[in-house]
Design a binder for this molecule. Sequence first.
Ligand SMILES: Cc1cc2nc3c(=O)[nH]c(=O)nc-3n(C[C@H](O)[C@H](O)[C@H](O)COP(=O)(O)O)c2cc1C
Length: 259
Amino acid sequence: MDLIESIIKRKTTNTAFADRKVKKEDIELLIKTASHSPSHFNSQPWRFIIVQDKEKINEIGKIAGDSMVQLMDDGRFWKQYRKYFRFSKEEINKTKDGIHIDHLPSFLKPFAKKIFSESGGKVISLFKVSRILGNDEEKLVNTSPMLFCIALNKDEYKPNELSGFYSVISLGAVIQTLWLVTTSIGMGMQFISTPGEIPEKWNQLSSILKIPNTYELMAVFRMGYIDDKKKRPAIDWKSSQRKSIYELSFSNEFGINWK
Ligand SMILES: Cc1cc2nc3c(=O)[nH]c(=O)nc-3n(C[C@H](O)[C@H](O)[C@H](O)COP(=O)(O)O)c2cc1C
């Protein structure tokens, strides 16, 4: 696939992957291309952990599902992220950002706005929404043929120093490379970031992956080959809208419209 086409086609994969192993040569292509990402002084502060062991994947799936349930049940998720939720095409076409919750079980549709609100706690527990989301998350992780995890060297990743900032920029470059290369070879990937919101859950992931004290686990993705026949999760979203280049850019000074 042409590079520009991969960039435009790149999407988060919310559905299950094809039920087959990822070829070793594809995994090595991902690592090889990721290793060509830029980093400050070519420090290459990243290390990659590729998880294919079924038991480990299931352990991580359980943590991801439980994290989702906990975040929903304690109300933190909606408080923090409500501003990104859109409920209709009109709404997302207007803001051109955020995620459109366009797929819900029919019994939940009349309550959509209520559920995804700060005061949605009662509806969430009545319809066991957190369980639906948690089960979906766990299943998506458990059925993934592989997880791709990235850790940063703490000699470079010092959150309050410039090298910490540079390391995070370098990490972003690695992630985009992985995303583009997966797209170009018929694979997909999805962040598993909910455990990152609960320090004890993230620590559990780090210890399952045996991350040493000298490294910080930064990102975990599920990956596999795309299978268009897989059904969408019970509660799902799309986010293909983007702001126009005119809304995003200025000429010479901030605030002077790009023409
Ligand atoms: C730092 C970061 C964390 C993210 N966490 C999640 C996540 O936990 N689950 C998920 O499905 N998508 C996650 N995403 C994906 C975004 O929701 C997605 O990139 C955005 O909505 C645009 O959609 P697209 O990737 O399909 O273009 C994350 C993306 C970034 C950059």
